[in-house]
Ligand binder design. Structure first.
Ligand code: URA
Ligand code: SF4
Length: 197
């Protein structure tokens, strides 16, 4: 889709915040250009920065596994982050960086027009619900600007705290049920795929 390509090209050469200085590659995001579900993480890590692709390290493998647990493949969804360039040493993104990068996600959402957006973890959640704890809002659908938000714990949280793993798996099952409900059992199959190149 031309619109998404244009946005992704702009991200790859963006210098709108200091995160451009140490990045190897910006990570615009990837997936189905008409995805019904969009996942929004925090920001690229080491592997993502090296390859310019989102969620390809340990948290990404777990995310792929979780998608498969509800019958989805990465190609069926769109995966991106709040900030598109890696914060040095994986530190948390700063408010000014989040703000500078914000319009790219707005533009991606407008192009893809997903039915469901899944903020993964507290930085993504804060974009729609600032100051709300993820533990309180997780796995509860909330309609925002006509799109259903369904916040979930970040998959990395379950890797750091094994006790969360079954919660994350159960929450994903609820996401699967929500998708089935919203798409009336008709899951839109794969089509145009935009990769990170
Ligand atoms: N964690 C994130 O939040 N995003 C990625 O792309 C990878 C790990
Ligand atoms: Fe631009 Fe976003 Fe990268 Fe900052 S994080 S340089 S705003 S693409």
């Amino acid at each position: 889709m031309a619109g998404l390509d244009v946005i992704h090209q702009a991200i790859k050469t963006c210098k709108d915040c200091d995160l451009c200085q140490e990045r190897t590659n910006a990570v615009p995001g990837e997936g189905f250009t008409h995805a019904q579900i969009m996942f929004v993480g925090e920001g690229p890590g080491l592997n993502e920065d090296k390859q310019g692709r989102p969620f390809i390290g340990a948290a990404g493998h777990f995310l792929t596994h979780l998608l498969e647990s509800i019958g989805l493949h990465r190609e069926d969804v769109f995966i991106t982050n709040i900030v598109k360039c890696r914060p040095p040493e994986n530190r948390n993104p700063l408010p000014a960086e989040i703000e500078a990068c914000r319009h790219y996600l707005d533009e991606q959402i407008a192009e893809i027009a997903p039915k469901i957006i899944v903020p993964l973890g507290r930085y993504a959640l804060a974009r729609w619900f600032p100051g709300e704890p993820i533990g309180k809002l997780r796995a509860q659908p909330k309609v925002f600007d006509g799109i259903t938000l369904f916040p979930l714990y970040h998959p990395a949280a379950a890797l750091h705290n094994g006790g969360l793993r079954s919660t994350v798996v159960d929450d994903f099952a609820k996401l699967g049920a929500l998708l089935a409900e919203l798409s009336h059992g008709e899951f839109a199959g794969r089509g145009d795929y935009v990769d990170a190149e």
